[in-house]
Write a protein of this length. Structure first.
Length: 263
């Protein structure tokens, strides 16, 4: 099946690839008044007076198209927001998503957006688009964020218009060689330390170091008479000394009786 450009209806090359990022089966399209200075777009004014500004009920699709560039390995990628007749798929209006300003939010609702469409002759008009469900409006915003990443916009500010409509994707990119060549050096200047330096502790004298290991003074003569180890009992007396100290009963003044009671 041949693929066609969603914005122009022209036939695309056979190797072109299209991807649908979002589909909403039923959205309301409005002919909106100019934006109010200081307030932006106000959806309440679109639906006032019995919804007289509504002009069409359409199907909305966000389509990404990638076309290979002849003679290179790259491809051109673009994104279009199209409003179609939900019954037969006929194109009603298309908005090439070239800048973030193509889609603007309103100040009083999360379901309505201002969409800047463009025809084949380059004429532009701003239409109002309203979703019936907030979840659909949220998914629509998510699909636009995905398109911005694919187009490589990054942190481009809304309405800057500096990004081209077509982003080229390249498989290989130039890389800077930051390695040092032969003979090259790197000089690193370290900042000086301005904090106070802790004063060095003066070394202790040799006398002070030796005094802690000096021997105690010898004991006095009175201390030497006392046993060195008071907790140890003295040795028992010899047998001869015991005999000398032992006295007989007669020497003590006792008479050795007949029966020898005191023998």
């Amino acid at each position: 099946m041949e693929s066609t450009d969603p914005a122009t209806g022209q036939t695309l090359p056979s190797d072109a690839i299209q991807r649908v990022l979002f589909v909403a089966g039923l959205v309301h399209v409005y002919n909106i008044p100019p934006m109010t200075p200081g307030k932006g777009h106000v959806a309440a004014s679109w639906t006032a007076d019995g919804n007289k500004r509504q002009i069409f009920t359409a199907r909305l699709r966000v389509i990404e198209t990638a076309v290979p560039v002849p003679g290179t390995d790259g491809e051109k990628v673009k994104t279009d927001i199209v409003l179609e007749d939900s019954r037969n798929g006929q194109l009603f209006a298309a908005a090439p998503y070239t800048t973030q300003a193509i889609v603007e939010t309103v100040s009083d609702s999360s379901r309505f957006f201002a969409l800047r469409v463009q025809d084949e002759a380059g004429r532009k008009a701003t239409l109002g688009v309203g979703f019936e469900e907030r979840s659909e409006a949220f998914d629509f915003s998510v699909s636009l964020q995905e398109a911005q990443k694919t187009l490589g916009w990054g942190s481009q500010s809304a309405g800057s218009g500096k990004k081209p409509a077509v982003a080229e994707q390249k498989d290989s990119a130039e890389k800077r060689d930051l390695s040092l060549k032969e003979g090259e050096t790197i000089t690193i200047n370290l900042p000086g330390r301005r904090g106070r330096r802790k004063p060095d502790t003066p070394p202790e004298s040799s006398n002070a170091s030796l005094s802690s290991f000096s021997l105690p003074p010898p004991p006095s003569s009175s201390a030497s008479s006392t046993p060195r180890n008071p907790g140890i009992l003295p040795p028992p007396p010899s047998a001869s000394s015991v005999r000398q100290k032992r006295l007989s009963a007669q020497e003590l003044g006792f008479d050795d009786g007949k029966f020898g009671e005191f023998a």
